[in-house]
Design a protein around this ligand. Sequence first.
Ligand SMILES: N[C@@H](CCC(=O)N[C@@H](CS)C(=O)NCC(=O)O)C(=O)O
Length: 198
Amino acid sequence: MITLYHRPKTRSTRFIFLLEELGAPYEIKIVTTRSRDGTGAVDPANPHPHGKVPAISDDGVVVFESPAIALYLTDKFPKNGIGPLVGDPKRGPYLSWLAYYTGVLEPAVVSKFMNVDVPVGTAGWVAVEQAMPFIMKTLSQGPYILGEKFSAADVLYATTFAMFAASPMLPKTPVLEAYVRRCTERTAYIRAQEKDNG
Ligand SMILES: N[C@@H](CCC(=O)N[C@@H](CS)C(=O)NCC(=O)O)C(=O)O
């Protein structure tokens, strides 16, 4: 049984979405975390090393960091084909896009959000103005990040774009809007919103 350590309306909500897509048996354990306004506190019940969400525990095996959780879950529950497995030609792109999410896109978006310049050429990631054209080119070639088929990579990317939909840092294009709509109209996404509060 998977336990999802979760705080409503945070990065952990997307893992309710993924678990619903996978049809996996899971329980939600609501934990407290620190908030940007200085309120909240790390919850001793949360196994994440820095008291953040998401984290999961699979009968005592703890997994943290969104791409690792996505990969762990799609490998463990392959029935619905949400994550290409070893041997599938899409496995390489799948791993790349999962790693790109926290290795490049998140730092790019957060740098922009916090008004911090990315030291171009030396940082381990690029500015959001470089990341987004690459993502937009990919999305203009197929309805999903990996092409024809929805995957757990879309769970990470589409929920991020949905969250920042109103932000000027994201391009307002029909391709991006249609992508977000396509993913957030999924019944698993809708069920996740209903279960967000535990
Ligand atoms: N790199 C982590 C980021 C997790 C993260 O920053 N989560 C936020 C919620 S959206 C959090 O728990 N913040 C509370 C804190 O930093 O103490 C991942 O993608 O899994």
